[in-house]
Design a protein around this ligand. Structure first.
Ligand code: ZN
Ligand code: ZN
Length: 231
């Protein structure tokens, strides 16, 4: 596989998952298909998807550029030949754990530091009734800070072995889809019951109440540090 092909697949994957997020958001906002699964009862503001579009697109473009440039320069450190399930599962899990630890502390600091809360993180909290694409509605500084955990996880993997390109793609896709899911405001039958994964309600409560439930992928960091939102 060439670097150009790896970049092409990476960008196609990210554009694909975010197009899904856009269509999913459109359906939730404009049709009653999923309304019986909604957690909140508040109505959505009309035209909100279009109003939010500039920041969504800016953050998505940043993600595409950084991913493309990152793969271009780091391509020699990727293993594009191995399909070892063991290696792929281990790398994906490791990336999720490190990324989640980073996200928890970063997110908590964004709440506990008044300046960061007012100037940066408050943008994401304009969304008190989230819908899938709202995961992209964040200040660009927060957006880029959020990528540090995953980048650090793959750097740590690199100290031991090459980064498996399939593990990188699977992590990116699942991370993206989980963010879309936890911002959906929907408690879907099967997806909301996957063991270990944090639920939509966990993050929805964070958006509704502003304190507690700082973790993203798993909820265990909130349990360890006793920051679970208290009903
Ligand atoms: Zn927050
Ligand atoms: Zn959120």
């Amino acid at each position: 596989m060439t670097a150009q092909l790896a970049i092409f697949y990476t960008l196609a994957l990210l554009i694909g998952t975010n197009t899904f997020g856009f269509v999913y958001s459109y359906l939730i906002l404009n049709h009653n298909l999923f309304s019986k699964y909604r957690i909140q009862t508040k109505k959505y503001k009309s035209g909100i998807l279009v109003q939010r579009l500039p920041l969504y697109l800016m953050n998505l473009l940043t993600l595409l550029i950084l991913s493309g440039v990152g793969i271009y320069f780091c391509f020699p450190f990727f293993d594009t030949e191995s399909y070892s399930l063991y290696v792929i599962v281990c790398q994906v899990l490791f990336a999720f754990i490190i990324d989640d630890i980073w996200f928890y502390f970063m997110h908590r600091i964004f709440h506990e530091n008044n300046f960061l809360l007012r100037k940066v993180h408050s943008i994401h909290h304009r969304s008190s009734t989230p819908f899938p694409l709202e995961y992209l509605y964040v200040h660009p500084v927060e957006w880029m800070s959020g990528m540090v955990g995953a980048a650090f996880a793959f750097f740590l993997i690199l100290l031991v072995m090459p980064i498996n390109i399939y593990a990188f793609w699977i992590f990116g896709m699942l991370r993206n889809m989980h963010e879309i899911h936890i911002h959906s405001d929907l408690e879907l039958p099967v997806i909301s019951k996957i063991p270990f994964l944090s639920t939509t309600r966990h993050h929805d409560d964070h958006h509704a109440k502003l304190t507690g439930n700082y973790a993203s992928t798993f909820a265990w960091m909130d349990s360890i540090f006793k920051t679970n939102f208290k009903q």
